[in-house]
Design a protein around this ligand. Structure first.
Ligand code: GLN
Length: 197
């Protein structure tokens, strides 16, 4: 049976475990290297990226995470998880570390104070029909490298056209939180990615 871990240092771990379980995979929290070594795929949840990065350093997971990403582990990052997968951060905290792997530049808290959090129906490549996307102090993707496929953009309002979902090989990332609510189609995309590797 496919086992997908959720990095369980901080953030909305439980929601991801629940959504993954509903798709019929074994979903387990990951806090230690041995747990990381045992998974076929990993979700890096939303939360607070500087805190998560510090905890990953304290739990001695930064290098093991980089190694597994480098070896082709499928990883799905949502919101803070997208920031952790990004090779470059705009407006990051001083010295903020990432796991990296995705050839993107993200801007943290990009939507600004006025619209800290908002919801929008948008289209995600690979998912039939609109997805109700929930953004909470979300990043957007400022710039993508040549191997990165853009899967979704904001469709309305002042932030229209901003990139909010990407894929590069086995790495998938969204600015929004598909684990909130009961639509599991974006997670299904990831489960299929894990199954195909
Ligand atoms: N603003 C958070 C950060 O920079 C991300 C917010 C979230 O994951 N909902 O880490």
């Amino acid at each position: 049976m496919t086992t997908i871990g959720v990095l369980a240092l901080q953030g909305d771990v439980r929601e991801h475990l629940r959504t993954l379980t509903s798709l019929g995979v074994r979903a387990v929290p990951v806090r230690r290297r041995a747990e990381l070594d045992a998974v076929d795929g990993l979700v890096v949840p939303g939360g607070e990226s500087t805190t998560m990065a510090k905890l990953a350093r304290i739990f001695e997971l930064v290098e093991p995470l980089r190694e597994r990403v480098g070896d082709g582990l499928p990883v799905f990052g949502t919101c803070a998880g997208m920031i952790l997968l990004a090779d470059r951060i705009e407006d990051g905290a001083a010295g903020q570390e990432t796991i990296g792997g995705l050839d993107i530049t993200v801007r943290r808290n990009a939507f600004g104070r006025q619209v800290d959090s908002f919801e929008e129906d948008l289209h995600v490549t690979g998912v039939a029909g609109p997805v109700h996307a929930v953004f909470i102090r979300a990043p957007w993707v400022e710039q993508v490298g040549p191997d990165v496929e853009v899967l979704a953009r904001v469709e309305h309002g002042p932030a229209a056209d901003r990139i909010v979902a990407v894929r590069q090989g086995r790495l998938l990332a969204t600015s929004f939180h598909p684990e909130v609510g009961d639509d599991s189609r974006v997670h299904r995309l990831f489960v299929e990615l894990v199954a195909s590797t």
